[in-house]
Design a protein around this ligand. Sequence first.
Ligand SMILES: [Zn+2]
Length: 548
Amino acid sequence: MRHLLSFLCIASLFSCAPEKIDADLLIKNGTIYTVNTDFDVTNAIAVKDGKILETGKKPELELKYNFTDVYDAKGQTVLPGLIDAHAHLYNLGISMQQVNLRGTKSFEEVIERVVAFQKEKNVAYIRGRGWDQNDWEVKEFPNKTLLDSLFPDTPVALSRIDGHAMIANAKALELAGITTKTKMLGGIVTLDQTERRNPKLTGLLIDSPMELVFASYPEETITSIKNALLDAEAACLSLGLTTIHDAGLNKNVIDVIDHMQQKDSLKMRVYAMISNSPENLDYYLTNGIIKTDRLNVRSVKVYADGALGSRGAALKQPYSDQDHHFGAMITPQEDLKNLAKKIAAAGYQMNTHAIGDSANVAVINAYKESIDTTKNMRWRIEHAQIIDTKDFEAFSKNIIPSIQPTHATSDMYWAEDRVGSKRIKGAYAYKTLLDKAEIVALGTDFPVEKVNPMHTFYAAVARKDLNKYPEDGYRMEEALSREQTLKGMTIWAAYAGFEEKEKGSIEQGKLADFTILDRDIMKIHADSIPKTKVMATFINGELVYSKH
Ligand SMILES: [Zn+2]
């Protein structure tokens, strides 16, 4: 009898409670912005095998699934993994292999930072950048004496903040072949002439002789590339980024990225634009698109012109603060057109850096000749910074503005000096670009700007710098709404990389990439957005960064 009862019990258990499905992860108690078409907010996510199984309410998901892991978001804000649509991941990593000397108050502090850096990194060649003797107590150029005694066998080369001067130790000078006899046009090898018959190198180089030092730098190795990528990745994960569109890479670096991702040693997803070099074009346009779960190679980064700050951006009319000066094209119109045809034939995207209004219209014209409007080509203009009002019409889902909101708040102090009050109306015109194109892809251009995507969010919605200046925002008619900004950093950025079916929103079947924040950036006072901290970052359902 007892046997029968227990048998009935077990049988009824099986029939009453539906069998639960095994799943890997439950994220519960979140304020989850799904960024789906209805912009729904939900409270829990079920994840299995790196993908989203289902979203909904926690009790329902718990009834249905057996979770191996549970992450309690404790009411915090959960976003689709953030994407930076224009940045330089590898260059960030490279800059992290150098001693950061910005803000040093004395040469002694420079030395302290170099020693601390070397203790941690133990590199074969110490490079640094960012000192400025005008910020020091003793406002004099340094000499190499101390560096020689501390690093007799390790070359050390430390560049000034503007890149026009360098202090190098004896080892670095020796490797570069620089002696007291070295003379170069366009620069100075500084000598200590206290003993007139026996001049000595001070280690200070101005301009052209620095080239000799650069030429003696150790070559990139697989290990040096890996180290750079890992450092950059750690910085990005701690700020909630899960995909980076790297705006210009060579094959050797892309190969290392792919290899590391396959081995799971690099978690970051990378949409890699190839740099416009003959070797890259030959290889990639011939071999076609490369797409894995974490890597997407299907675009060419081209430079149409230079930058506005240095008056290198190509303008239709002369600069307002320099007579007869128009800036210059880096790639002339005809070359852009030919390149466009070649890229279109290979089924790649063309992503062209264009700052000035003349460069932008040149790119638009080149694109128009090669874009088949019946096709989904999603070519991009990187920066789309200064646009002649009549050229806005050209932007569409096939000529996508890929823009960096912090550029507006970094340049706002002097941009109008360069272009005047009329042209400024078409500059940093993010809302106008969105109205025309229906989407914008948002990025930072780090390491030119800071990595933090919350700065992008703040600059896009409040159009203020980190000092909350200007009080009412800079030309607020061009601000984006919070919803538009979040889309620009997720689903639209994904679209600009042909990845909107796999990422950019929290929906069934998509990759389980999430960014969890300590406050609700969709609701808090705009001025506290930059203070937002990332609590956790997930890629493929794996916790890849946690604040605790
Ligand atoms: Zn860039």
